[in-house]
Design a protein. Structure first.
Length: 372
């Protein structure tokens, strides 16, 4: 089965660009130096905003208006997820212990997610982005990312694959819950370790405090609705940030893995999203996905300054650099997902046509027998 078209052309088979000149230029520019003070300010502001929304929930209490506060709560919760992500990449401080504490507080205690599970999954993604055998983000699941994964799917899975481009954003509303469940299952398998028990304890604390807090100020029905709205918006926002970064870009095969260097592996599989400071804030700096993948430990605020260097170097060595606007990034990602499901849709159409012809032939044969 042929792969759907992607938006870049792989470099010649002899290509294996030297990454060291670019790394040296970025280091000399000071872009890998920690910006701890900036992170302290940003995290503090987000904590205050998050706490202010929680206070608003307590003040409004058992009112239908309280449900609207699930919107800003999801917004600031996603910011917390970004800080947890940055801590996992050691972007904030020179101390690994500090990063571990930041991650545990933001992911486990504040969001009810597993920092350990996320690090394991995300590090594998960074090592081999868009590689179906090695990157868990493009493994076969509810959605499929290659024609090989879609082949032979029937029933509910087949229907999901045929229509996955249309279902993509609705399914993202479940992403927040999916991340939490996957993290708990990961930790439960390792529950005999101290680290896993610590994480499970923090997640349990999050669940108890959040549920009890809501039930203290509103009815069980309103509390349930609030939780559903929050989880849906949180998943949609977080998923919408990750969605345009890699979908529709190169999907390397084993041969590519052998001939590509670090530059090709990260640049060809990633897409940047343009849009200025507002987009930077809404996407947590991950709109500079190419630079983030090349330099995972680069502080978020420095990524935008690395763009001209990386773009110029890619042009110099002949490696395609993909950067597009917000709307176009989603269009390209959804178009790719639609192409992956095209063959299943064609197979379904052929099956329906064959069934129609068979039914017509049967009706004709029955009519002939009646005539005789």
């Amino acid at each position: 089965m042929a792969q759907p078209s992607v938006l870049t052309n792989a470099p010649p088979k002899t290509r294996r660009s030297d990454f060291s000149p670019l790394l040296r230029e970025v280091k000399e520019a000071g872009l890998l130096e920690r910006r701890t003070a900036a992170y302290v300010i940003a995290i503090s502001i987000n904590v205050v905003c998050f706490a202010a929304v929680c206070a608003g929930v307590a003040i409004l209490g058992n009112s239908w208006w309280t449900l609207f506060l699930a919107v800003p709560l999801a917004l600031f919760a996603t910011r917390a997820a970004f800080f947890g992500h940055d801590a996992g990449h050691q972007q904030i401080s020179s101390s690994r212990r500090v990063h571990d504490v930041i991650q545990l507080l933001h992911a486990n205690l504040l969001l009810g997610m597993s920092a350990g599970w996320w690090n394991d999954k995300h590090n594998r993604h960074h090592a081999n982005p868009n590689h179906t055998d090695k990157d868990p983000d493009v493994g076969e699941g509810v959605m499929v990312w290659t024609l090989e994964q879609a082949e032979g799917r029937t029933g509910l899975h087949g229907w999901l694959s045929r229509n996955q481009a249309w279902l993509f954003f609705p399914l993202l509303t479940l992403e927040g819950l999916n991340l939490k469940v996957a993290g708990v299952l990961f930790l439960w398998q390792r529950r005999k370790t101290v680290a896993a028990r610590r994480e499970l304890g923090l997640i349990a604390a999050n669940t108890i405090l959040a549920t009890a807090g809501l039930l203290l100020v509103m009815s069980p029905g309103k509390a349930a609705i609030f939780i559903v709205i929050f989880q849906m918006l949180f998943g949609l926002h977080l998923g919408s940030v990750f969605a345009p970064n890699h979908k529709g870009m190169e999907m390397p095969n084993p041969e590519d893995t052998e001939r590509w260097g670090h530059l090709e592996k990260q640049v060809l599989t990633s897409r940047n999203v343009n849009g200025g400071l507002v987009v930077d804030w809404m996407m947590g700096g991950l709109n500079y996905q190419i630079e983030h993948h090349l330099f995972p430990n680069m502080p978020r605020a420095n990524l935008r300054y690395a763009v001209p260097m990386v773009r110029a170097y890619c042009e110099k060595v002949g490696v395609p650099y993909r950067s597009t606007g917000v709307v176009d990034s989603y269009v390209e990602a959804l178009r790719y997902l639609h192409e992956v499901g095209a063959e299943l849709r064609d197979e379904q159409a052929l099956s329906r046509e064959a069934a129609k012809v068979a039914a017509e032939n049967a009706a004709e044969a029955s009519k002939d027998k009646t005539s005789v």
